[in-house]
Every structure is written in C-alpha cells, then in structure tokens.
Design a protein. Sequence first.
Length: 344
Amino acid sequence: MKKIKASYVLTACLVALLIVISGCGKNTASSETSSNGYPKMTIKLSHVVAEDDPKGKMATKFKEIVEKKSEGSITVKVYPNGQLYGDENEIQALQSNNVQIIAPQTTKLAGFDESMELFDIPFLFKDEDVLYKFEDSDAGQDLLKKLEGDGIKGLAFWPNGFKHITNSEREIKEPSDLKGLKIRTHGGEILNDSYKQFGAASTKIAFNDVYQALQLGTIDGQENNLTNIKSQSYDEVQKYLSLTNHTRTEYGLVANKKWWDGLNDKTQKLVSEAVDAATKKGRELAKKESDEALKEIEAAGKMKVHELTEEEHEKFVEALKPVIDKWSKKMDSEIIQRILDMQK
Ligand code: LMR
C-alpha cells in the first residue's frame, strides 16, 4: 500500500512539473510563475525625459497595461529623467540586463548599426503620416531587427516630434546665422555634418546635462523637439527659438534580447500588446503635445520664436543638400529608397 502511494506521489509530481514546464514554454525571467501563467517579476524601464513628456506617458501606459493584464504578477518600474541611467550608461546597463527596457533617441543606437541614424537625415520625412507608415512597414521593422546581433531586441519606434534650434546669441532665420555657434546635439555623424554645413560647431552632451551647459554658456544653443524644449525649461537659459523642423526625434524602444527570449509566449504577447497600445497613444499625443508646448513657450514669452518662411526653409534645404545626398547614399540605400517612395 505504502509503495503504491509513493509511486503515485512521484507520478503526480512529475505531471505537475510537466504542466509547469509546458505552461512556461520557455524560461521565464523569474523562477516563479503565477497560476495565471505570468512570471512574478519586475521589469525596469529607464528613460531620460520628464514623466509628462510623450515618452513618459507612453512608458506609463505600458506599465498600466502590463500590470493590469498580468493581475499584478508583473511589476513595471519606470525611471524617468535619467534618474537610474542616462545617455552615458543606459545602453551598457541594458546589455548587462540591469535594466530590461530603454527608449533612447535612435541615433544613440547607431553604434550597432549606422542606419539607426537615419531619422537625422535632414527633411527625410515630410510629416508624421509618412514617418509612421515607414515605421510600420517591413523596412521599418527590418531596421529594428538590425540590433538583434548585439543582444538588443527592438520592440517599437516611439514618436516625439520634429526638431528645432534654440540659442542664446541671435535669431536664426537662415543657415548663415548659425555660423560660429556651438550647438549641442544628441550626437551622430549626420548632425555633425549638418552643423559643419552651417559653419557651426556641434558637440554631443548627455541630455540630462544640457540645461547646465546652456546655463554655464559652455554651448550657445541646442536642437530638440518642442516638448523637450518646454519640459527642460530651456527658455530660462536660451533667448531664441527657430522652428527649423530639420530632423526628427524618434525613439528606439529596445529590450535586452536574452531577457526577452527568456519570457514565456504568453508574457511576450502581453508585452507586445502593451507596447503597441503605448505606441498608439504616443502617436495620438506627439503632434498635439508639440503644438501645445509651442503655445506654452510662446505664451511664457521668454524666448523669441521665429517660424521660417518658405524662402528661409528652402535655404536650409539647399544648405543641407550635400548632407542629404551623402547620407542617403551611405545608408542602407534600400531603406532610404523605400522611404522616398512613401512620400510620393
Ligand atoms: C536628446 O538627447 O536630445 C533627446 O534624444 C532626449 C530624449 O530622449 O528625448
């Protein structure tokens, strides 16, 4: 009798173990899986901007969905403002799995594949419709996949806005007005080339150090989207804003690939759905929030805002033509061609 009981218990244990293993499908990030099939785990998501910027709001949306649908099994901790990791160390932290998801401006990922810099090709995207069409296309998705060899899983592109130039010296109406100025960028060769065309110097400074550099006068100006200009209070330390719309801030929402591969199918599906919902929200917000930020900057009246005339805009296009030509050829020409075809 005793013997029968022992083999019964052993069989039951084996069956239970098989159920747990098959439920997981793959290794999960946690040894413990809840009865609802999600692992008990914490996902850390770090970014460098304010919580109420479009990126901050997308991160919050992602957190809400994951936590709600996993019924609390998964906790998402969002660290804004570079409080956990900044530009200088977030990619390394991701590769070491000290943080599972980050959302840097795509050029910050160009060390892995130079095509990630393509959002800095001047005037490449004429509006959000073309941009989002590209991001959703096979070409856009192929671009995200280019990071996989380096242990990075591209989850999505997250939007923000077109970039503009602020400075403390003079009003910028045409390219020659930039001559001799030192401008902060988020880095990358395309922007270096662009500022060279203007006779200006560009320098890369970590995002969370920009306000101080502007305040100290280490740099004369910077380029950024309107929500960042607003939320970082650059109007306290800059006198002029020119609406140049010359390039775009887009983010690569990326995860540690080994961590991602270790998630069970159900969890991957939940994370993907939450990413899609957050991206959708971001697209609804991005343009609206850029417009609102501009209104608030204008209403505050601290910076003189200049909107380029059609003629002034053409001068920028003309000045940047060599950069556009050089980089459109140097980059993955198939991707560039597919974007150009979408503009037609
Ligand atoms: C910057 O470095 O200027 C931006 O990319 C920061 C951000 O994440 O919006």
